[in-house]
Design a protein around this ligand. Structure first.
Ligand SMILES: [Zn+2]
Ligand SMILES: [Zn+2]
Length: 343
C-alpha cells in the first residue's frame, strides 16, 4: 500500500508546486497597443549596453556618501551581471571612486533626486553620445521612505553643457533596516543593485510578463525584477529562511527577453545596412528628449523647444515615424500642461 501512495504523492506533488508557482505570479498588464509585442520589447531594451553595434565600452562609476558604503556583494553583482548580459568582447569597467563627506549631502536640499546633481562634481566621466562609451553612475546615498533603490536620469550641467546621466541609486540605510539575521545587508544590496541595473538594461519591456500597474517590473516572483511585495515575500520566504536566499538574478522570462532582443538586433544589423545608423540616431534622440524635458521642468522653454526640434529633425531624417509621434506628444504635453509659451 505504501508504495502506490508514495508514487501518487511523487506524481501529484510537482503538479501542486507548479500550480502554486502560477498562483504566486503577479497579474499581467493588459496589452492594448497595436504594435507587435516584439517591437515593444525592442523599443524598451537598451542596445547600447547589450550589443556592440553602437557602443563597445561600459563604464560604471560608483560614488557613495560617508557612512553609506557599497557592500562588496553589490559591486560583485553589478560586475557579474554585466559580464553575463553583455557581448563577450564588450569592455566593462566597474570602479569605486569617491567617498563623499556626509556634510556635502546635508548641505543640499530635497530628496535624493534633487540632491544628486549637487554630487556631480565627483563624477569623473560624462556621457558622450557617439564616443562608443556608455556611462552608468551608481550612487550609494541616504534613502527616502521604504525605497531600497531607484533608477533614473540625472541632469548634470557643466561648462554650459547639459548631460543626462543614467544613475542607479542604492540606499544602504533603508536596506540595513530590512536586513534580518539570516539575510545580511550585503545580499540585499546586491539584489537592489542588480534590480536597478535591470531597469537600465530595459527590463521588463515584454508585455507578457509586465506587472499590472507597475511598468518595468516582472510578474515572476522568483525574478529580481519583481517587486517584493507580500505575495513575492511569501513565495520567497522558505528559501530565505533556510538558505538566506532572496532573488538576486533575472528570471527565465527576463533572460529570454535579453537573448531575444540581442538576436533580433544582430539579425537586423546583418540584413539592413541602415540599421546601425538608425540605432545611433535613436540614442541621440533619447538624449535630446530627456534634455528637453529637463529644461521644460525648469521652465527654460527656449532650450526645451530647441532640443525637441533637433530631435524631431533627426527622427525625420531617419524616417522614424514612431519616434516623431512620441516627440510631438511630449512637446504638446509641455506646451499644454506646463504653459510653455510655444515657438
Ligand atoms: Zn524597480
Ligand atoms: Zn523577470
Amino acid at each position: 500500500m505504501v508504495l502506490p501512495v508514495r508514487i501518487a504523492a511523487a506524481l501529484v506533488l510537482p503538479l501542486v508546486l507548479v500550480g502554486c508557482r502560477a498562483a504566486f505570479r503577479y497579474p499581467v498588464e493588459p496589452y492594448t497597443s497595436e504594435r507587435p509585442k516584439q517591437e515593444t520589447l525592442l523599443k524598451g531594451m537598451n542596445p547600447f549596453i547589450l550589443t556592440n553595434l553602437v557602443s563597445t565600452r561600459v563604464v560604471v562609476e560608483i560614488d557613495w556618501i560617508e557612512g553609506h558604503e557599497p557592500h562588496a556583494k553589490a559591486i560583485e553583482g553589478i560586475k557579474e551581471t554585466l559580464r553575463e548580459v553583455c557581448p563577450p568582447d564588450k569592455e566593462i569597467v566597474v570602479y569605486l571612486d569617491d567617498e563623499i563627506p556626509l556634510s556635502e549631502w546635508e548641505a543640499a536640499s530635497g530628496d535624493f533626486l534633487e540632491r544628486a546633481p549637487a554630487l556631480a562634481a565627483h563624477l569623473d566621466h560624462l556621457p558622450d553620445v557617439g564616443s562608443g562609451e556608455e556611462l552608468i553612475w551608481v550612487l550609494f546615498v541616504p534613502g527616502r521612505d521604504e525605497l531600497l533603490g531607484w533608477a533614473s536620469q540625472v541632469g548634470v550641467e557643466r561648462d554650459d553643457r547639459l548631460s543626462m546621466v543614467s544613475t542607479l541609486f542604492v540606499f544602504p540605510d533603508r536596506i540595513k533596516k530590512q536586513a534580518q539575521l539570516w539575510i545580511g545587508p550585503g545580499r540585499i544590496q546586491r539584489a537592489v543593485a542588480v534590480h536597478e541595473l535591470g531597469h537600465e538594461l530595459g527590463l521588463v519591456s515584454h508585455p507578457d510578463h509586465q506587472e499590472r500597474g507597475n511598468p518595468g517590473h516582472c510578474t515572476e516572483p522568483h525574478c529580481v525584477m519583481a517587486h517584493q511585495r507580500l505575495r513575492g515575500q511569501f513565495y520567497n520566504a522558505l528559501p530565505a529562511l533556510f538558505a538566506g536566499k532572496i532573488p538576486d538574478a533575472y528570471g527565465d522570462k527576463c533572460r529570454a527577453d535579453l537573448e531575444t532582443a540581442q538576436r533580433l538586433w544582430h539579425e537586423r544589423a546583418a540584413t539592413d545596412p541602415g540599421f546601425v545608423d538608425r540605432l545611433g540616431a535613436q540614442r541621440e534622440i533619447r538624449e535630446l528628449r530627456e534634455q528637453a524635458c529637463w529644461y521644460g521642468e525648469r521652465q527654460r522653454w527656449g532650450e526645451a523647444i530647441d532640443r525637441f526640434k533637433h530631435a524631431r529633425g533627426l527622427a525625420e531624417q531617419f524616417r522614424d515615424v514612431a519616434e516623431e509621434t512620441a516627440l510631438e506628444d511630449d512637446e504638446r504635453f509641455l506646451k499644454l500642461y506646463r504653459f510653455c509659451p510655444g515657438d
